[in-house]
Design a protein around this ligand. Sequence first.
Ligand code: GLV
Ligand code: GLV
Length: 337
Amino acid sequence: MAKPRLFVTRELPGNALKRLEEYYDVNLWEKYQAPPYEVLLEEARKSDALVTLLTDRVDCNLISSSPRLRIISQYAVGYDNIDIECATKHGVYVTNTPGVLTEATAELTWALILAAARRIVEADRFVRSGEWYRTGTGWHPMMLLGTELYGKTLGVIGMGRIGRAVARRAQGFGMKVIYYDKRRLPPEEEKKLNAQYVPLERLIEEADVITIHTPLTPETEGLINRERLARVKKGAILVNTARGKIVDLDALAEALREGRLRAAGLDVFPQEPLPPDHPITKLDNVVLAPHIGSATWETRTRMADLVAENLIAFYEGRVPPTLVNKDVVNVRPPGFG
Ligand code: GLV
Ligand code: GLV
């Protein structure tokens, strides 16, 4: 039997692709930029399997015009770029990479919280630009004052794996944790995290630091809108390492400019890459990162390994370990047989 054809939309770290060559005829898109939609469509049409990133639009048009396609192995925990319902209907397995990126994303979240609270990026620019030197004063009681985290309240929106990993770290900073999720945690889990469940509206009003860890869904799109931003505690900090479309970025820029919010840390944007002329880029009280939540060598390599494990399991006729659309097994058994 000929090896199933696999199209991979970007180079991955580690040796996962090498490993896959034993099972699949691996076709790699070698450019740094994403393949244009038309190319992805063409490749999907002749492939049995795909490795996709969150920047690859896998819509129902693509899925339904790819009769050979059996599995999409997404190199990300989020999969809002894929039409899951359509994939299930067509018997296409979709897998993602949960778990392996939890700690890295929680670490980046804290990097942004700390950078926003203590104005680290502004401070760096102050030193580097020579402005500090020009002031002629080495230390001043009023220089670059930020805000303290100790004793403050962290509000976690979305208490999945990543939200919990962020909450766990809050204990080390002496913060009180409140959270909102559409599902409440079991009491013993709440106790372990020292986290108190509150309705979303209360979290918005009480948190000193709000951090977002929900997937992007029709329910969470625009969740942090103008009305909610108007009700945050004065001087609060907002951090988003989940998906850009959860926050109304224009409304956020306004709230930051008016000083209603003290600062923000953003790793995700409604449009990526973020156009450099967006008003948010003109503000000093925002720390910006280019969607690097999972960007450590350790995590990105483990994500690639998990992508490979899912594809190998499927090849061997087993249910992939991190299958997203579990109902698909009722449509078609795993494997290329
Ligand atoms: C990155 O944003 C991911 O979903 O893994
Ligand atoms: C992702 O891993 C999440 O559940 O937060």
